[in-house]
Design a protein around this ligand. Structure first.
Ligand code: HEM
Length: 317
């Protein structure tokens, strides 16, 4: 309510209150960046700004462009991966499984990864529901079911953001040292990661250039989502309503981009590459898989273990 404080003795509420007509008139004539503001007696002074003409652009973006950005980013990535799978098939372990394994990720690393990934997937699904649920799911399931679903989804989204952030900090601590870009990454990129030519296996340490891109996307995108999400949860911290809207816009765009990247990651970490999933399931990978995709890492592990011949190894990493 835009009005002068009602209780001050000297104030005549009728003469100092803003008339609705004059507010609507002001809205009609305001430029796109002019806000219509007044004074409010409640603690949230931001409430003194009546809907800005600008907000129409923001609301139009949230309901118009953003859902399409999601559809194009996620649908486009799925189509791209399907085409890659149909043309190239599954990336095989070229020399076959050796039967010898190497420990690639410890239990605590896998715990951090699965906490991060399970919370991210639920956050992504419940977030997508906020953006396109009304137009896609509501007509399919009806208002009652959609209402319940959206309510639980919103709760899950707000609460799972916290374990997501904890897991994000853990993977940064565990893996940042292995993800510093190096000259070796240029060789890997030049050879297309060996994805397009048989027999080509560019050397890589623990993480190759492609994985570094995934890691930094998750870190930068995850921090951006966490920060903007926090601001949306606590609007009084966010500054003006325009700042809040900016955070929401950034949150939506980063979520669409990171979700597309993660779809590619899930593909390559499961059906896309033979032998990869084991790294995050048991933590043990086949030695031939490791030599083909992370040859320098295998050498490092063996040197640390004092082994020069092939054998079952259990490095401390
Ligand atoms: C069902 C879903 C998922 C599967 C099957 C999966 C699988 C894997 C595998 C197998 C690895 C190890 C690759 C290696 O040994 O080099 C890995 C690494 C990783 N995962 Fe996932 N993952 C999933 C979801 C996610 C999600 C949702 C995130 C983040 C939000 C994530 C973030 C990472 C990161 C940052 C790494 C290290 C960098 C890399 O290897 O690309 N993962 N994942």
């Amino acid at each position: 309510m835009l009005s002068a404080p009602m209780v001050q003795a000297q104030v005549d509420p009728t003469s100092s209150a803003v008339s609705e007509d004059s507010m609507f008139e002001a809205l009609g004539t305001a430029g796109t960046s002019d806000a219509i503001s007044g004074r409010v007696s409640i603690p949230n002074k931001n409430a003194g700004t009546l809907i800005k003409p600008d907000n129409k652009n923001w609301a139009g973006f949230q309901r118009g462009a953003l859902p399409w950005i999601f559809v194009v980013a996620l649908g486009g990535m799925v189509a791209l991966l399907a085409a890659f799978y149909l043309i190239k098939g599954r990336i095989r372990v070229e020399h076959g499984f050796s039967g010898r394994t190497i420990l690639r990720f410890s239990a605590i690393e896998r715990f951090a990864h699965w906490t991060l990934s399970s919370t991210f997937i639920i956050l992504a699904l419940t977030g997508v529901n906020v953006v396109i649920g009304r137009s896609v799911i509501l007509p399919l399931v009806g208002e009652a079911a959609f209402g319940t679903m959206a309510q639980w989804g919103k709760l899950a989204h707000n609460f799972l953001a916290w374990p997501f952030m904890v897991a994000l900090v853990l993977i940064i601590i565990f893996w940042v040292a292995h993800n510093i870009p190096s000259k070796l990454d240029l060789v890997w990129i030049k050879q297309g990661g060996g994805l397009f030519k048989k027999g080509v296996h560019p050397p890589a340490k623990k993480f190759n250039a492609g994985q570094k891109v995934i890691f930094w996307s998750v870190v930068i995108g995850g921090v951006a989502l966490s920060f903007t999400g926090y601001m949306m949860l606590f609007p009084l911290q966010a500054g003006t309503p325009s700042d809040w809207q900016l955070y929401q816009t950034i949150h939506g765009l980063v979520a669409a981009g990171l979700s597309a990247v993660i779809i590619a990651h899930i593909y390559i970490g499961s059906v896309g590459m033979e032998g990869a999933f084991d790294a995050m399931a048991s933590g043990q990978v086949d030695e031939n898989w490791a030599k083909e995709h992370h040859s320098l890492w295998v050498e490092e592990v063996k040197a640390r273990e004092g082994q020069t011949v092939a054998g079952r190894t259990h490095p401390a990493e």
